[in-house]
Design a protein around this ligand. Structure first.
Ligand SMILES: Nc1ncnc2c1ncn2[C@@H]1O[C@H](COP(=O)(O)OP(=O)(O)OP(=O)(O)O)[C@@H](O)[C@H]1O
Ligand SMILES: [Mg+2]
Length: 576
């Protein structure tokens, strides 16, 4: 065959495992010839080429483009390519079989001198999944803007995913587009909880989501601390981990849970089975009183154990029981057994109980007639909406961390106990979308609960139908375990070298070369790899409609006459 076909671009010069080097035809004008009226971007990293092999067609994705004198040190140039040759390097990713279906993996390798063609739109459509029952279209391929790029939703949800990119690369917009498309197509009854620390998502999802503002006194959100294990509550509210103090707290919690169980008609748990972690309601003020009193107690008669109480106090009003101070000599009043041994737990609990911003966590939610948890669960899952956006903007970090960690661990605990008869999790999967995920995974006591919950979900979530979508500007700050558990990755522009390295390491070997494109991606352009995409794709994600509240700020006010700053309302909100 003399003249080449119009789609032919070159010939194979080197085959190294699944990596091939293709020498481009000298007669090819540039590396973007026009075919069927369209510019064909052969040299685009991430574009697809095909190598016909009789009845099957091998497919490869371009990872490197070059001219030999520029890279004389690279191993590819040594034998196969002559000086001055233009070449591209590509990774074999799969083949279109004799029946016209795409399959990952290849049955036979190409031979030297085999002809390489650019892939037509029809071929691309057969390789890249289109929107259907299982796939959601979120954008278009960078190398073929008229081809839709869709991702497999079940894999994305149940095998976890990460969305990474430098600030302003388009992470929030990408996730907003994905969620909009998801809930507006076939998944109207999804269970998605978006943890939104900057209040960006409500604008994008207002028609599809229940937006809950966690700010002070909004009363919209309740996450009673009694639903959590006692040690987590102590950690979140008092940052205490010492064993002896934990024991004091656990004993008080058990006593309060049992007291409630005696009164409440709906509790059927046998008394002896109620422990510090059984989610039976209690009033935290009573727990505080149970710890505060012995911490202050002095005795008028040591042998008889008689208290030197002067005033009873009132747990409901957070009034301490009062005792005279112990005598420094061996005379009454004597120190009680636990005198000052429980500090600082009662003091810190009281401070937390007085903090109105923590009301969603510390207010009791006691109901003796009916179990409050099912109603709370429904409210966390958005009632009749597929998405719940928990807007934590303006909420102090410590409070947000407690709420996020608490919610994730309660929901995961419930999911692990649901079976095919119903509930959430395996019978009805749940997805957590976690913005600024690196914040909750750092190694600090204040985020312990969130970190434990995220790690547990990352490890075991698949079995119980609980998925994670971790969004982060700093993938290198995510713990290795988190990224290694992630099945799919949406990597937007990343400028930091260390972050690029982390993403490259997480990409399958065969396409690690695609990571070279990371620093040069446009806004909203991403490399999507892993289980949600049959083969890695470089695509431009569509802008969400309506957009999230995440636009870059405008400097227009800087051009106007200077006005006095009207920040009174913000300052008032700040005071709470
Ligand atoms: N697909 C897109 N096409 C064009 N522009 C986009 C696209 N996605 C996002 N942008 C623009 O990029 C800017 C930043 O987007 P976005 O807030 O989503 O980034 P981000 O990665 O979440 O940033 P941050 O890390 O600071 O939260 C916005 O002004 C937005 O309009
Ligand atoms: Mg963002």
């Amino acid at each position: 065959m003399g003249a080449y076909e119009p789609t032919e671009i070159g010939r194979i010069r080197l085959v190294l495992g699944s990596s091939i080097t293709i020498e481009l035809d000298v007669e090819l004008a540039g590396i973007a010839p026009i075919w069927r009226g369209q510019l064909q971007p052969i040299g685009q990293v991430g574009s697809i080429v095909r190598i016909p092999q009789g009845p099957v067609t091998l497919l490869a994705t371009v990872t490197l483009v070059g001219i030999s004198e520029l890279i004389e040190t690279a191993e590819v140039t040594k034998d196969a390519i002559h000086l001055g040759d233009r070449w591209i390097k590509a990774q074999l990713i799969g083949e279109i079989n004799a029946l016209g279906r795409f399959e990952r993996g290849i049955s036979s390798y190409p031979g030297l001198d085999d002809r390489v063609h650019l892939a037509s739109d029809a071929e691309l459509i057969s390789i890249f999944p289109q929107a259907d029952e299982e796939h959601v279209a979120i954008g278009t391929l960078s190398a073929a803007p008229n081809i839709v790029g869709a991702i497999a939703i079940d894999k994305l949800v149940t095998r976890h995913s990460a969305v990474v990119g430098s600030t302003g690369a388009g992470k929030t917009s990408a996730v907003a587009t994905l969620l909009q498309r998801l809930v507006r197509t076939s998944w109207r009854a999804a269970n998605i909880i978006v943890i939104d620390p900057h209040g960006e998502y409500s604008a994008a999802l207002k028609n599809d989501a229940k937006v809950v503002k966690i700010s002070a006194n909004s009363g919209e959100f309740a996450l009673p601390c009694w639903a959590l294990p006692a040690s987590d509550v102590l950690l979140a509210l008092a940052a205490v981990t010492q064993t002896a103090l934990r024991q004091y707290f656990a004993d008080a919690v058990i006593a309060e849970r049992r007291d409630f169980a005696k009164k409440a008609s709906w509790v059927v748990t046998p008394m002896e089975d109620i422990n510090a972690d059984t989610p039976i309601p209690y009033d935290l003020r009573n727990v505080w009183y149970r710890l505060d009193r012995p911490n202050r107690q002095t005795l008028s008669d040591k042998a008889a154990g008689k208290e030197a109480l002067t005033k009873e106090g009132d747990p409901k009003k957070l009034e301490s029981a009062q005792f005279p101070l112990p005598s420094p000599t061996n005379s009454p009043p004597f120190k009680g057994d636990s005198y000052e041994k429980i500090s600082p737990v009662p003091q810190r609990l009281k401070r937390a109980l007085e903090d109105k911003r923590l009301g969603f966590f510390t207010s009791p939610c006691l109901d003796e007639k009916a179990d409050p948890l099912p109603g709370l669960l429904a409210s966390w899952l958005g009632d009749d909406k597929p998405v719940t956006v928990l807007d934590f903007s303006g909420v102090p970090t410590a409070v947000a961390d407690a709420a996020i960690g608490g919610l994730m661990s309660i929901l995961f605990d419930i999911a692990t106990r649901c079976d095919e008869t119903g509930g959430i999790g395996y019978p009805n999967p749940l997805l957590f979308v976690l913005e600024e995920a690196h914040r909750y995974l750092r190694d600090e006591p204040s985020v312990e609960m969130a970190r434990v919950a995220v790690n547990r979900i990352a490890r075991e979530g698949r079995k119980y139908g609980v998925g994670l979508m971790l969004i982060s500007q700093r993938p290198s700050e995510l713990p290795d375990t988190a990224l290694s558990q992630v099945g799919s990755m949406i990597a937007l522009r990343l400028t930091n070298g260390k972050d690029q390295g982390t993403v490259r390491a997480a990409l399958p070997d065969a396409v690690a070369g695609l990571a070279e494109a990371l620093p040069s991606l446009r806004n909203g352009e991403a490399i999507i790899s892993g289980e949600a995409s049959r083969i890695p794709m470089r695509m431009r994600i569509d802008l969400p409609d309506p957009p999230p509240d995440a636009q870059d700020p405008s400097l227009a006010p800087w051009r106007e006459a200077k006005k006095s700053v009207a920040a009174a309302k913000a300052i008032e909100n700040w005071r709470g």
